[in-house]
Design a protein around this ligand. Sequence first.
Ligand code: B12
Length: 231
Amino acid sequence: MDQRIQAVYEAVINGAMADTSGLVQDALDAGHDANSILKDGLIAAMGEIGHKFEIGEAYVPEMLISAKSMKFGLELLRPHLVAADVQPIGRVVIGTIKGDLHDIGKNLVGMMMEGAGFEVIDLGVDVKPEELIDAINKHKPNIVAMSALLTTTMGNMKTAITMMEEAGVKDNLKVMVGGTAVTQDYATEIGADGFSVDASQAASLAKKKYCKDVKPPRIELTRRFFYLILK
Ligand code: B12
């Protein structure tokens, strides 16, 4: 990997928030395209920190600080990605369900999804099922992700899923649920499509299972075309 992209990668892994945007700028100034900096620098680093988290080599604070660093880099990169027509791999609407104000886990899931290449629309906490339906109609997400930490209010996730079915929008998206109150059994019982115990697995599950139908970005199609021709 080029040393400038490697420097971006390492800044995110090390949670060097103050350095990430400067290093992304260096990589851009050196002529690297925005997509490579995104994929090989920011996204690859978030994949690595997620892996470390799964095997117990990194913890929530490290993930949070890496995700923040990634966000700084992404902010700087965003206009260049738009100019290069680099599309996100999918769109996620996320929120903590009605009655629940816990947001640390939800934020982490959102950041890991963003780090995996998704566009993330965060509705915040205490999100009413009606607000979810409005957001689905407005943003047309591939995934709706709901977080719940309270057993007293987790039932609102079931209400939200029922309302999605009644509104006729459920078939066009996948619903993921999580949070300490939620189990795989509960997720299955309420008709959710996916559950995971942590943010890292949430992002890889979303990527593996739910985005296979999403059209690859134009830049990726071009790359595949040339690959096939030159092979
Ligand atoms: C921090 C905290 C608070 C903070 C929240 C701050 C904030 N901004 O979030 C404050 C102090 C405000 C708070 C308030 C309350 N809390 Co509180 N809180 C906690 C605590 C200690 C940690 C939660 C946390 O952030 N964990 C760290 C994150 C990273 O973990 P996580 O949320 O589980 O998320 C991970 C996974 O679950 C998953 N995930 C999360 N969301 C999603 C979504 C999807 C789609 C997917 C796939 C995965 C996923 O990925 C995340 C990252 O890996 C827990 C105890 C605990 N150990 O869980 C109690 C706890 C959740 N709280 C509890 C309670 C009772 C309350 C209060 C009702 C207390 C009170 N009497 O006022 C209020 C509720 C207010 C409200 N209406 O929401 C209880 C809930 C009990 C229950 N069975 O319902 C707990 C379990 C404590 C306990 N043992 O009693 N709380």
